[in-house]
Design a protein around this ligand. Structure first.
Ligand SMILES: Cc1ncc(COP(=O)(O)O)c(C=O)c1O
Length: 381
């Protein structure tokens, strides 16, 4: 169920980066800090009252702020009392949803490459993970709809979707959701991991299953304040779902974590109230970083694939090396001083011919320029 060494590929590559003093584009979190106003709000929240447990579904003032934010930005309406649950990070929300809704005899479809927490969460629930590969192409990553339809059985209980996608940068469109709705049985639930929901590029806007009338009543969305506000260390997120699914989620969640950090909840509620426009700037901010990294990789021999969202992009290194991706990522860390993440650990059975690495561009501009420089120098050496 878990990686043989007990360490995720992210931890492995970060340890290697430290050993060789390499630039770390492997780590999937921002190199820059949060807005000072958010930190000030956290300091203000550190009083005796917020030293104790928050209510299990989260502070109502935060849930109300989230409802207003979602309506404003995405046009999706939620009842703060019954449809929003605050959790200590999206990972816990996803884990709790899977434990609450899936069990022995059920199958859960995972689209691979997939974020590494899904598979163990499904196995721990007693359900069986069923992998369906995404089609990775230079211009757009897409779902192989026939393969997905072939994977559906009467036991299909859930499909986990991640958009914007880690690691490929794929972003689902309304058409994608409609295609999915036409292929999964009415009894199946959609778990939509949208931790990068504010990072959709090129003028597109977020399409979620809650925009789709035939999926709205049977889908859950997991969001992460850690990703949105550059505070991954605070471990705070929400799960948005219709009342019946939220209630089932909470029955499991109350025994998994019970509640999330009270001062962190107050801080995000304050910040959402005082800076409602803040998330709007993130798409442009990260798009500029994507473009900077792609430009800095020109003439390096590494082919960048288009990233439509998230803070990741893939590079194809088949023109540079024949090594398998893990070996090659290690070689680059050692020799070029650049740590990346190989794509194969995102699969249970990786495609043999794939030669891809994931790069995180939530980094300072100087780091992104330096990354390209290091690859060019390495290639010439
Ligand atoms: C796709 C995806 N889902 C979930 C998470 C974790 O979110 P959180 O820190 O809120 O648990 C990550 C973090 O890298 C991620 O990439």
């Amino acid at each position: 169920m878990f990686a043989p060494a007990g360490l995720s590929i992210f931890a492995e590559m970060t340890a290697l980066a430290q050993r060789y003093g390499a630039l770390n584009l492997a780590q999937g979190f921002p190199e820059f800090g949060p807005d000072p106003e958010l930190i000030a709000a956290f300091h203000r929240a550190l009083d005796a009252e917020s030293a104790q447990y928050a209510p299990m579904p989260g502070l109502l003032r935060l849930r109300e702020a989230v409802a207003a934010d979602q309506l404003r930005r995405n046009g999706t309406a939620y009842d703060p009392q019954h449809e929003i649950t605050v959790v200590p990070g999206a990972t816990v929300g996803i884990f709790s949803a899977i434990q609450a809704l899936c069990g022995p005899g059920d199958e859960v479809i995972l689209l691979e490459p997939a974020y590494d927490s899904y598979h163990p969460a499904v196995v721990m629930s007693g359900a069986v993970p069923v992998a369906v590969p995404l089609e990775i192409a230079a211009e757009r990553v897409s779902v192989h709809w026939d393969a997905l339809a072939a994977a559906v059985t009467p036991r299909t209980k859930m499909i986990v979707v991640n958009s914007p996608h880690n690691p490929t940068g794929m972003v689902w469109t309304h058409q994608d959701w409609a295609e999915l709705a036409a292929r999964i049985p009415e009894g199946a639930v959609v778990l939509s991991d949208e931790v990068y929901e504010t990072m959709v590029f090129d003028g597109a806007s977020l399409a979620s299953p809650h925009h789709n009338p035939s999926l709205r009543h049977r889908s859950l969305r997991a969001l992460s304040f850690g990703k949105t506000y550059h505070v991954t260390g605070w471990k705070l997120g929400v799960v948005l779902a219709p009342e019946n699914l939220s209630m089932r989620l909470r029955t499991a969640y109350q025994f998994i974590a019970f509640s999330a950090s009270t001062p962190a909840q107050h801080s995000v509620a304050d910040f959402l109230a005082s800076r409602p426009d803040y998330p709007n700037y993130l798409a442009d901010f990260f798009q500029a970083k994507r473009d900077l990294l792609a430009a800095s990789l020109k003439e390096s021999g590494f082919r960048t694939l288009h990233s439509a969202g998230s803070y990741f992009l893939l590079v194809d290194y088949s023109a540079v090396s024949d090594l398998a991706d893990r070996e090659f990522a290690e070689q680059l860390t050692r020799e070029a001083g650049l740590a990346t993440v190989p794509l194969s650990p995102f699969y249970r059975v990786p495609p043999k011919e794939e030669r891809m690495l994931r790069l995180c561009f939530a980094k300072e501009d100087a780091t992104l320029r330096e990354a390209g420089q290091r690859l060019r120098t390495w290639k010439q050496s």
